[in-house]
Design a protein around this ligand. Structure first.
Ligand SMILES: NC(=O)c1ccc[n+]([C@@H]2O[C@H](COP(=O)([O-])OP(=O)(O)OC[C@H]3O[C@@H](n4cnc5c(N)ncnc54)[C@H](O)[C@@H]3O)[C@@H](O)[C@H]2O)c1
Length: 257
């Protein structure tokens, strides 16, 4: 019960990895607000998880200023406080590899980057009120692979705009950590490798996943459950003086220096 007494907002938790974070946070004693743009997914997730603890659904578009402010207000109304914000929502299930339009680039950045900033801005006054808290952003090893020369196994596993936006999240993490540290708010980032979620099953061919597993130091394929321990670490007092850090969780494919 490492998160007992904490209230966590998890965006994009209607399905996939976000829902898995929510399940683990509830098991660790947190009260959880599942935030998603898709109300059906969100309500189904709450019905699935409510036997584990106090969990609620708030429909919100993280790319909307009004929606993010309203979302945090609803969470505070329901639970009275916010201690942890996990910015997991991303445009991934519906990722389009071929769309090179400016409108698409803006949409990807609005959700993946600006969404995390908007949610952080809305939550910050409540974290300050609590005397501190933890913001956790979600990047991807896709970001790191495009910094180096990607091996053939990685070509086409993420779109240009997606990978760039996930690199943007690294910058946001470091800038926010610098700005918010004075209020005892820590900002860290998980960079998962290819993880077998419904979105990955849709986006990444099975043989590509197998090739990545073969390249990994540990010869392991990641499941959403494999990421939850890192999220709990960043959310809990175990990482009390850790801020501005990106932790790659990928069984040893990408090893940033
Ligand atoms: N699965 C992987 O291999 C992998 C690897 C690295 C990083 N990630 C990242 O982890 C996160 C979760 O991945 P997943 O596989 O569960 O993806 P997913 O696409 O299944 O889940 C994303 C969730 O975010 C929600 N969402 C989308 N736009 C939103 C918006 N504007 N406002 C609120 N909610 C919105 C979706 O409805 C969905 O429930 C994403 O940020 C993804 O980029 C995933």
């Amino acid at each position: 019960m490492r998160l007992e007494g904490k209230v966590a907002i998890i965006t994009g938790a209607g399905q996939g990895i976000g829902k898995t974070y929510a399940r683990r946070f509830l098991a660790e004693g947190a009260k959880v607000a599942i935030v998603d743009i898709d109300a059906e997914r969100g309500k189904t997730a709450v019905a699935e998880l409510e036997e584990l603890g106090e969990v609620t659904f708030v429909a919100a578009d993280v790319a909307s200023e009004e929606s993010t402010e309203d979302c945090v207000r609803q969470v505070v109304e329901r639970f009275g406080q916010v201690d942890v914000l996990l910015n997991n929502a991303g445009l991934y299930y519906d990722m389009d590899y071929g769309d090179q339009s400016y409108d698409y680039l803006k949409r990807v950045f609005d959700i993946n980057c600006h969404g995390a900033w908007l949610m952080s801005r809305a939550a910050t006054p409540h974290l300050v009120e609590r005397g501190g808290g933890s913001i956790i952003n979600v990047s991807s090893t896709g970001a790191y692979l495009y910094v180096k020369n990607p091996p053939a196994e990685f070509s086409g596993i993420s779109s240009y705009a997606y990978a760039w936006s996930k690199w943007g999240i690294v910058g946001l993490t470091k800038m926010s950590a610098g700005e918010l540290g004075r209020w005892n708010i820590r900002v860290n980032c998980i960079a998962p490798g290819v993880t077998v979620s419904d979105a990955t099953k849709k986006q990444v061919p099975e043989d590509r996943i197998a090739a990545i597993t073969a390249m990994s130091a540990m010869k392991r394929t990641l499941t959403p459950e494999d990421l939850t321990g890192t999220a709990v670490f960043f959310a809990s007092e175990d990482s009390a003086l850790v801020t501005g850090q990106v932790l790659v969780v990928d069984a040893g494919v990408v090893m940033p220096g």
